[in-house]
Write a protein that binds this ligand. Structure first.
Ligand code: NAD
Length: 254
């Protein structure tokens, strides 16, 4: 506890899932959390719960993103941590053979262009302070292929990973760390709903994970907290896998 005392953290996609769990954990660790989402009702509730600030921003909008960080800086005078986490995986993004250009572009905008915009607009504040930690949510699909394709999602996460690595290298001597968080599959309501309908589909995925289960959002939040805190002071430009051994596995336990 208290690893993020006096830090100001901005979390996108903070109203649900990994973003929500991280908001709660950051607050427990003493951070002031800025909750960013397009879901205003839930976003406000979450911000109230942690005595933080809610800012409605669509992370695909350059104007919204620029205004977001200006608002945070004006209010708190600092931005220590940016967790660029908002993302989507809509059903119309599927095999390359059936995925249309509109679905492709939508996912690229929300998952990849958003990270470009958030990094671009938060970096100047961190440069001014001579320090900062940026964590961009990629995925295990950035480093391994699936026969059950979501082609634009996978490509977008590969982009997040490569961009984070490059930024980590570029800004390392300015005291700013940039890491790509690569979660394995996480136990979210969406995943539960999908797998309740189709147990075969669930079993097909679980067999690849050595631990034999999906991650809980709080386990991902714990890793983000580590990357945000000074405990990870020598870690930058990393592909930070939190995947229950998934990407290291060949044959898994029965
Ligand atoms: N859940 C998993 O299994 C898993 C695995 C690996 C990576 N990820 C990645 O983790 C991140 C979070 O996933 P999650 O499962 O917590 O998702 P989620 O759907 O539970 O939460 C995503 C949040 O982002 C918000 N959001 C969506 N579009 C937005 C926009 N344009 N502007 C601002 N906010 C927006 C949503 O309103 C929602 O609150 C995503 O980038 C996802 O790709 C998830």
């Amino acid at each position: 506890m208290g690893r993020l005392t006096d830090r100001v953290a901005v979390i996108t996609g903070a109203a649900s899932g990994i973003g929500l769990a991280t908001t709660r954990r950051f607050a427990e660790e003493g951070a002031t959390v800025v909750v960013v989402d397009i879901d205003e009702a839930t976003g406000k509730q979450v911000a109230d719960e942690v005595s933080g600030l809610f800012v409605r921003a669509d992370v695909t909008s350059a104007t919204d993103v620029e205004a977001l960080y200006a608002t945070v800086f004006e209010k708190y005078g600092r931005i220590d941590i940016a967790f660029n986490n908002a993302g989507i995986s809509p059903p119309e993004d599927d095999s390359i053979l059936t995925t249309g250009l509109d679905a492709w572009r939508k996912v690229q905008e929300v998952n990849l262009t958003s990270v470009y915009l958030c990094c671009k607009h938060v970096l100047p504040y961190m440069q001014r302070a001579g320090k900062g930690s940026i964590i961009n949510t990629a995925s295990f699909v950035a480093v391994m292929g699936a026969a059950t394709s979501q082609i634009s999602y996978t490509a977008s996460k590969g982009g997040v990973l490569a961009m984070s690595r490059e930024l980590g290298v570029q800004f390392a001597r300015e005291g700013i760390r940039v890491n790509a968080l690569c979660p394995g599959p996480v136990n979210t309501p969406l995943l539960q709903e999908l797998f309740a309908k189709d147990p075969e589909r669930a079993a097909r995925r679980l067999v690849h994970i050595p631990m034999g289960r999906f991650a809980e959002p709080a386990e991902i939040a714990a890793a983000v907290t580590f990357l945000a805190s000074d405990d990870s002071s020598f870690i930058t430009a990393s592909q930070f896998l939190v995947d229950g051994g998934l990407t290291g596995a060949y044959v898994t336990p029965l």
